[in-house]
Design a protein around this ligand. Structure first.
Ligand SMILES: Cc1cc2nc3c(=O)[nH]c(=O)nc-3n(C[C@H](O)[C@H](O)[C@H](O)COP(=O)(O)O)c2cc1C
Length: 187
């Protein structure tokens, strides 16, 4: 698929089938992630492809527990209204830990670029995705260190971003309408 088509077709998928992308496709997507640009070419990330159902279930349960414990119930209520699944039943996820506390910052931007590379590469392969910032809640509570260990986070790395990958359970999902009024050309 043409790159522009892949960008314009991508949308946030919030209901996945249990079919995981093939190993070959996940490897291609992971390669696209690792090819991302980063500030000063730091590449201070890891690209961890998770397809282990038990690990995904454990992380999701912990994330929901931590979300429910927040004083502000807004995010929890939103997830509950969408079916109560932080990971929307995705059969695979790429977790992107990032080195913490680098001078000059830029970690969030680097993670944003990696996540979009993943999402666009997936779209190009006909795979649905969801950039899942709330996956951070899987690491914010009592079991956070356990999951970092099970996923193999290096020392000094914390969760940066995660991207859910799979196939849409409800076909026909649409990308948001690009707001062309936000574009200006100054010639
Ligand atoms: C950094 C980032 C984090 C996000 N985290 C979540 C999330 O945790 N859960 C979720 O349902 N959607 C999440 N989204 C998806 C956005 O809600 C979505 O991109 C936005 O509504 C636009 O819709 P579209 O992706 O279909 O164009 C996230 C998107 C970004 C860029």
């Amino acid at each position: 698929m043409d790159t522009i088509q892949a960008i314009l077709k991508r949308y946030s998928c919030r209901a996945f089938t249990d079919q995981a992308p093939s190993d070959a496709d996940l490897e291609t997507i992971a390669l696209a992630a690792a090819a991302s640009p980063s500030g000063m070419n730091r590449q201070n990330w890891r690209i961890i492809v998770v397809t282990n159902p038990q690990l995904l279930a454990d992380m999701e349960a912990e994330g929901m527990k931590n979300l429910a414990a927040l004083p502000d119930k807004g995010a929890y209520d939103r997830i509950m209204s969408r079916g109560g699944k932080l990971y929307y039943s995705a059969p695979s996820m790429i977790v992107v830990p990032i080195k913490q506390g680098e001078p000059g910052g830029g970690e969030a931007l680097d993670c944003g670029i990696v996540s979009e590379n993943i999402a666009i590469a997936a779209a190009g392969l006909g795979i649905n995705s969801l950039i899942c910032g709330m996956a951070a809640f899987s690491f914010s509570g009592a079991r956070g260190e356990e999951f970092k260990r099970r996923l193999g986070f290096p020392e000094d790395y914390g969760i940066g971003i995660a991207v859910l990958l799979g196939y849409a359970a409800r076909p026909g999902g649409k990308p948001h309408e690009p707001d062309l009024s936000k574009i200006t050309y100054i010639k």
